[in-house]
Design a protein around this ligand. Structure first.
Ligand code: NI
Length: 191
């Protein structure tokens, strides 16, 4: 497997709209190898998710996985999920404030308002249908990744720039309060 280079904010590829994959493309050995590399790269960087566009390949694939993540210790675990051609629709009007970071945005975090309950449809890497309701902080993770496929980075959605902070300042000044809010969400939604 190969670790891929992660594009950093300012790279034009991050602003493209990634294109859909055909069933044949998805099934190809080359794409399947690429997905293995995408997962490896996400894990190596301790990401909770990584979109293909972030490794200079503007197709609609993203990986999501949270397993006792040291970058996001308060995030509930999410089993490895590969989303292909995903579509997100809201299931309610409820919003919550999510403190986000991104492997393409070095050392910066900020508060993004996300949908608390969404339905995600699309394909899995084997071409089978994916259709799941996702809630709470995990719903925020899915929305962040699918945003990448439309050339949107979390900083675009930070409504109050005063929430922007480094990772160290987050840990020092914001993590305790945010982790408390996450616990409340997790106790309601289980995710
Ligand atoms: Ni990101």
């Amino acid at each position: 497997m190969t670790l891929l280079k992660i594009a950093q904010i300012g790279e034009p590829v991050l602003r493209e709209r990634a294109r859909e994959l055909t069933a044949a493309e998805l099934a190809s050995e080359e794409t399947q190898r690429f997905i293995d590399d995408l997962v490896e790269t996400m894990r190596d960087a301790n990401g909770a998710g990584l979109a293909a566009i972030q490794v200079y390949r503007p197709v609609r694939i993203c990986a999501i996985e949270v397993h006792d993540n040291p970058r996001y210790p308060y995030k509930p675990n999410v089993p490895l999920t590969i989303l292909v051609n995903p579509v997100i629709e809201p299931l309610s009007d409820e919003l919550f404030d999510n403190y986000e970071g991104c492997l393409s945005v070095p050392n910066l975090r900020g508060v993004v308002r996300r949908r608390a309950e969404v339905r995600v449809t699309g394909l899995l890497r084997d071409g089978s249908a994916f259709d799941r309701q996702v809630r709470g902080v995990t719903a925020g993770t899915f929305q962040h990744e699918v945003d990448h496929l439309d050339g949107v980075i979390f900083v675009d959605r930070v409504s109050d720039p005063r929430t922007l902070c480094t990772w160290e300042a987050f840990r020092r000044h914001h993590e305790a309060a945010f982790a408390e809010r996450v616990r409340a969400l997790v106790s309601r939604f289980g995710s």
